[in-house]
Design a protein around this ligand. Structure first.
Ligand SMILES: [Zn+2]
Length: 284
């Protein structure tokens, strides 16, 4: 019997370069070309967008509970079996030609991560007006609305690691617990020509639009992110802007606009903050 050659797994693809992420099992579209999103599901980012990715959007592939399917999410302890999510889901997106759709990253039941675009050069069609400024992460959800506890823990750990390695690191902040509706500020800003430019952090698809339900991505992943040190902020009331104006003042910045972008990251690094992130309410 001829042994099947083992596929190489070389991490993420950022601006044309493979980036290994120790501790994660990641296959990318350079390792396996079938993993790349179809041309209708992805576009090239503008140079301005490439510089300014400032949002991570979490999803579940099932989006349950949501729409007519209101079954609660079932969290199964441990790890599940591979569902061959990469090729399987990328091809299901590409077959759905009526609706462009896809995400840069997919996390399977067995914690394998599939990288389906160049995270910097390409924007997947996962969150309408937020596509250009964000990276989308799809967590595989099964037919019984199930997710696995280790899959969620891996998704949270990976998301935090990803925030640190983007051109401008993304601060570890998430919305307050979901209130059964999107965050008005996010919805309103998507109607402008600079959608979500002042929002930095990790949000759920459900926070951006009323067309998605509670289960996209559900409370369990947001709790896992909180357990990983992500700080809840009142985005609706612009609490993030207030907090960051104070932090920027504390950091001695001249421009205290409340948006923790490139200059804030620089100021945090000067203060000795690892990765340019304000972690656990501390500038150290
Ligand atoms: Zn979604």
């Amino acid at each position: 019997m001829v042994k099947k050659a083992k596929m190489k797994k070389t991490g993420l693809v950022l601006a044309g370069k493979r980036v290994l992420m120790p501790g994660f099992n990641i296959t990318n579209f350079l390792d396996n070309p079938h993993l790349h999103l179809a041309s209708g599901d992805v576009r090239r980012r503008s140079p301005w967008e490439q510089e300014g990715i400032h949002l991570i959007v979490m999803h579940t592939t099932g989006g349950i509970p949501g729409g007519k399917d209101l079954r609660p999410q079932v969290i199964i302890p441990g790890t599940g079996l591979s569902s061959n999510a990469g090729e399987r889901i990328v091809s299901s997106w590409s077959l759905d030609t009526d609706r462009p759709g896809g995400a840069a990253l997919i996390i399977d039941f067995d914690c394998e991560i599939y990288c389906c675009t160049d995270l910097i050069l390409e924007a997947a069609y996962h969150a309408k007006a937020a596509n250009g400024c964000s990276v989308g992460i799809e967590i595989v959800q099964g037919k019984n609305a199930e997710l696995y506890s280790k899959q969620l823990a891996t998704a949270a750990k990976f998301t935090v690691a990803l925030c640190k390695i983007l051109p401008t690191p993304i601060q570890l902040q998430i919305p307050l617990p979901y209130q059964a509706k999107p965050i008005k500020r996010f919805v309103d800003s998507q109607k402008t020509n600079r959608p979500l430019f002042d929002v930095v952090g990790i949000v759920g698809h459900r926070d951006l639009t009323s067309s998605r339900g509670e289960g996209d991505p559900g409370d369990a992943i947001m709790k896992a992110l909180s357990d990983r040190g992500c700080q809840s902020m009142d985005f609706e009331a612009r609490g993030d802007i207030t907090i960051w104006k104070e932090r920027q003042f504390f950091l001695g910045m001249t421009m205290c606009d409340g948006i923790p972008g490139k200059e804030t990251v620089k100021a945090l690094k000067i203060r000795g903050c690892k990765d340019g992130l304000w972690v656990n309410g501390n500038a150290k």
